[in-house]
Design a protein around this ligand. Structure first.
Ligand code: NDP
Length: 451
């Protein structure tokens, strides 16, 4: 079947940007009926405009390591779409970061932010800097150099970055300190700040907690509950840690966690005490997940096997799966294993962790599937709540923020189903998320004229 002209144009104009092509193709396939039925979107070339960033920044970041050697990294900020609010989206520090990955993430962010119901545009940024193995002083010097350039492009009413892979509380602190020093202003220019200096309660927990709230809403449509369900979780960073925590609190049995060196399987379940060990290991000691199996004899560590065609983490018998590490970490073979093992539901904590084969396999096997732009939107939604608190000078309690987060996740869930049904996609959450996000942004773009 010949590829649609729009997709061919995207491939031709963005050569070699595989992740970006993948994200655009997925959205386009869902919104095609919307374009077919609405002449205004075709006439104003809304989709063609959406795939071009409003602005893409690319800059040098030079810094000095502890040995006094000069290091050179690349910094990026993709300001993708500001039709419904200022650019908003995380910063990723990881050696794999490139323009394709950041454009895919920024593109996804536009739809995700629209789904939250908050006035947030979409952006994403980061660097190929690897915080792993660096001292605190090296991370600080890198963050200061990165912000020396980024500061002139962001602002609390223009573009409000947050964390992502490799950017947690420590990095946000150094970035915020540098911005404040350069601009001589204390404003909510970043979210994910420390609670004593403008952060929101529940922001660290929000992506993982929101993911589990979304899964609960999905299960409720089948009159099921998480209690007693065996769960597979990948990753051991921010999203994975709080997904595991909320699963434990919900009476489910999270059995796995991973990092880029391998995964642990703990059949009896990761308890709160064991999770506290993971948090200390990853957030304070910055160690490897294999140490979990050294500490707890009930667990088995399996290292990553070079050249393996599937990830054994996903081949354990379970009821629910929550990929929370990185993009394209679940492929068609992994999804077939889940189907054979009777997995009922997969909800994405990471951005685009399922590749297109995996998504097709899940849907063909009637496994309930939630795309990250819906199921992991709790993080950015709570960043939005942090912004509201910064603007108003108020601080809400944990209970207040958590209540709002639960309400937002329920709305996103229901809006996905409503949009999917309206355009004949039944209960396909992916189509619903893409359509609901698209319509809101597209209508705003048309209303604001051509630019
Ligand atoms: P963290 O840096 O806290 O954790 C990332 C985890 O994923 C680590 O366990 C890391 O292992 C693992 N990982 C990263 N890259 C790879 C890789 N290439 N192969 C195998 N494992 C890998 O990041 P977050 O938890 O914040 O983010 C995880 C995912 O969730 C990302 O896709 C992010 O975009 C998404 N997300 C995050 C949000 C947030 O609020 N933080 C909001 C919405 C989505 P290792 O330490 O070995 O690298």
């Amino acid at each position: 079947m010949s590829k649609e002209i729009i997709l061919k144009q995207v491939e031709a104009r963005n050569p070699g940007e595989m992740e970006f092509h993948q994200a655009v193709t997925e959205v386009y396939e869902s919104i095609k009926p919307v374009l077919d039925q609405n002449e205004k979107y075709r006439k104003f070339k809304v989709f063609e405009r959406m795939v071009e960033p409003e602005r893409a920044l690319y800059f040098r970041v030079a810094w000095e390591n502890d040995k006094g050697e000069v290091q050179v990294n690349r910094g990026f900020r993709i300001q993708m779409n500001s039709a419904i609010g200022p650019y908003k989206g995380g910063l990723r520090f990881h050696p794999s970061v490139n323009i394709s990955i950041l454009k895919f993430l920024a593109f996804e962010q536009v739809f995700k932010n629209a789904l939250t119901g908050l006035p947030l545009g979409g952006g994403k940024g980061g660097s190929d800097f690897d915080p792993k193995g660096k001292s605190d002083a090296e991370v600080m010097r890198f963050c200061q150099s990165f912000m020396l350039e980024l500061n002139r492009h962001i602002g609390h009413r223009t573009d409000i970055p947050a964390g992502d892979i490799g950017v947690g509380g420590r990095e946000i602190g150094y970035l915020f300190g540098a911005f404040k020093k350069i601009q001589n202003e204390f404003t909510g220019v970043l979210t994910g700040k420390g609670i004593e200096w403008g952060g929101s309660l529940i922001r660290p927990e929000a992506t993982g907690y929101g993911l589990v709230y979304f899964a609960k809403n999905m299960l409720e449509t089948k009159k099921k509950a998480l209690k007693g369900m065996k769960c597979l979780v990948s990753g051991s960073g921010n999203v994975a840690q709080f997904a595991i925590e909320k699963l434990i609190q919900s009476g489910a049995v999270p059995m796995t966690a991973s990092d880029s060196s391998g995964y642990i399987f703990d059949e009896g379940g990761i308890t709160q005490e064991k999770l506290d060990f993971i948090k200390d290991l990853k957030n304070n000691r910055r160690g490897r997940i294999s140490e979990y199996a050294d500490k707890f004899k009930s667990a088995v560590f399996t290292p990553v096997e070079e050249g393996a065609t599937s990830n054994p983490l996903w081949s354990h018998k379970a009821d629910c799966a929550f990929p929370c590490a990185t993009q394209n970490e679940v492929n068609g073979e992994d999804a077939s294993h889940m189907a054979k093992n009777g997995v009922l539901l997969l909800a994405e904590g990471a951005n685009m962790p399922c590749d297109p084969d995996a998504i097709n396999t899940l849907l063909e096997n009637h496994i309930m599937y939630a795309p990250g732009k819906a199921s992991n939107a709790g993080g950015v939604a709570t960043s939005g709540l942090e912004m509201v608190q910064n603007f108003s000078g108020m601080s809400w309690t944990s209970e207040e923020v958590d209540q709002k987060l639960q309400g937002i996740m329920k709305n996103i869930h229901d809006n996905c189903l409503k949009a999917a049904e309206k355009y004949g996609f039944g209960n396909n959450y992916m189509a619903g998320a893409n359509i609901a996000g698209f319509v809101k942004v597209a209508d705003s773009m048309i209303a604001q004229g051509m630019y």
